[in-house]
Design a protein. Structure first.
Length: 202
């Protein structure tokens, strides 16, 4: 079977299905994690979550303090208006500014609710996806294969009969580690260290 682009002006020639499958299977074999790597990645995620929990709690307490200070200032501002120490226009301006600050603090508190459990869930889904991609592509139907290619790769280009594409993060980190390991004198390392920057933010 052959694949080709069906856009009229596209100069791409046909690409053999077996060549495409061979390339994709090789790529997906690069992102499979060993048991040691899975364990190391899980431990790293747990450590990150523990550190994040401490930092998040410190930030939360600071924001709660700020929230109380704003409320105290609002109460004093209301007292000043009642006692005739401030005009209505000045009161409204200051009150609106304080209310904006209050909403900002509340938004930041809500953001802090994204705790370590979401980090662990991202790592779990990644481990599951990287572990199953090869087998799913090997035995899956066309729909499953298309979904794998769509969710794990990007920048897919065919020039003549040559297929080229890039792996999305964090799969690209794993593949790069595999390719570099043979020339790395510390080749027994896992790619977990390289993935630290992805884990909190992907």
């Amino acid at each position: 079977m052959y694949y080709r682009c069906h856009t009229t002006p596209c100069p791409t020639t046909t690409v053999r299905e077996d060549a495409l499958d061979k390339r994709m299977l090789h790529t997906f074999s690069l992102v499979r994690l060993s048991d040691r790597e899975k364990q190391a990645l899980t431990v790293e995620a747990d450590n990150y979550c523990a550190t994040t929990k401490q930092t998040t709690e410190s930030k939360r307490q600071a924001l709660l303090l700020k929230q109380r200070e704003i409320q105290v200032t609002l109460d004093r501002l209301t007292d000043a208006l009642i006692n005739g120490l401030i005009g209505k226009e000045a009161f409204n301006e200051r009150r609106e500014r304080l209310l904006r600050d209050q909403r900002n603090v509340e938004d930041r508190l809500n953001t802090l609710e994204e705790d370590g459990s979401k980090i662990r869930e991202r790592v779990r889904k990644f481990v599951e996806r990287s572990d199953s991609a090869y087998i799913q592509y090997l035995h899956g139907d066309s729909r499953v294969r298309r979904d794998l290619v769509r969710t794990i790769t990007s920048n897919r280009i065919v020039e003549g009969k040559t297929l080229d594409f890039a792996l999305d993060l964090p799969f690209s980190i794993i593949a790069q580690h595999r390719k570099a390991r043979s020339s790395d004198p510390r080749g027994n390392r896992t790619p977990v260290t390289r993935m630290k920057t992805w884990c909190p933010n992907h």
